[in-house]
Design a protein around this ligand. Structure first.
Ligand code: IMP
Ligand code: MG
Length: 187
C-alpha cells in the first residue's frame, strides 16, 4: 500500500469519478422522498454512523419533509491506516437518545463486508426500538460476509476502494462532492 500525500491533492489518487455530484443529489432527493412517505406520522430518528455517514446524513435530512430527530454513533472497524476491515468493530461513541419504541433509521455511507452494520443492528435491537432499518448510500455487494438487508440503497458499486462524499482516504478527502475510485497503486 503506497501512502498518499494529501498535499498533492485528490487528483493524484483519483482513478475516476464513479458517482457525480449531480447523480448523488438526484438519488438522495429520491430516497428522502421515499423516507418522508414511509415514515409519515412515525416519530422518526435518523442515526448516523460517524464519520463516513455525516455528509450523506446532512444532505438526506435537508430533503426529508417530515419531523425527525438525529443522533450519532461512532464505531471503529478499520485498523489505523489500513484499507481493509479488521473485522472487529466496537462502539467508540454511543447514542444520547433512548430509542425504545422509536422508529429508527440507521444512516451509513457504505456497506462492505456488513460486519459493522450487523454489529450495530444487534446492539440497537436489544434497546427495543419500534422499528429498525438501514439506509445506506453505497452497497459493495460482492464483498458481503454477513447478510444485511438495507431498506434504502443509493447505489450498488463494484469492489473497488472509493473515497469522497464522506468516505475517507487516510482520513482526508471526505469533503469531495462526488464518489471517486482510488488508483490501483494506492490500494
Ligand atoms: P464493513 O463493516 O466491512 O461493512 O465496512 C463498513 C465501513 O468500512 C464503512 O462504514 C466505511 O467506513 C468503511 N469502508 C468500506 N469500504 C470503504 C471504501 O471503499 N472507502 C472508504 N471506506 C470504506
Ligand atoms: Mg462508515
Amino acid at each position: 500500500m503506497t501512502k498518499i500525500n494529501p498535499e498533492l491533492g485528490y487528483q493524484h489518487c483519483l482513478e475516476r469519478v464513479l458517482i457525480s455530484e449531480q447523480e448523488l443529489q438526484t438519488r438522495i432527493a429520491e430516497i428522502a422522498a421515499q423516507v418522508s412517505q414511509d415514515y409519515a406520522g412515525k416519530n422518526l430518528i435518523l442515526i448516523c454512523i460517524l464519520r463516513g455517514g455525516v455528509v450523506f446524513l446532512s444532505d438526506l435530512m435537508r430533503h426529508i419533509t417530515i419531523p425527525h430527530q438525529i443522533d450519532f454513533m461512532s464505531v471503529s472497524s478499520y485498523g489505523v491506516g489500513a484499507r481493509s476491515s479488521s473485522g472487529s468493530p466496537r462502539i467508540v461513541l454511543d447514542l444520547n437518545t433512548d430509542i425504545r419504541d422509536r422508529h429508527v433509521l440507521l444512516v451509513e455511507d457504505i456497506v462492505d463486508s456488513g460486519i459493522t452494520l450487523d454489529y450495530v443492528l444487534r446492539i440497537l435491537y436489544t434497546r427495543e426500538p419500534a422499528s429498525l432499518n438501514v439506509c445506506v448510500l453505497l452497497d459493495k455487494e460482492e464483498r458481503r460476509r454477513v447478510a444485511i438487508y438495507p431498506r434504502y440503497v443509493g447505489f450498488k458499486i463494484p469492489n473497488e476502494y472509493v473515497f469522497g462524499y464522506g468516505l475517507d482516504l487516510d482520513e482526508v478527502f471526505r469533503n469531495l462532492p462526488f464518489v471517486g475510485v482510488l488508483k490501483a497503486e494506492y490500494r
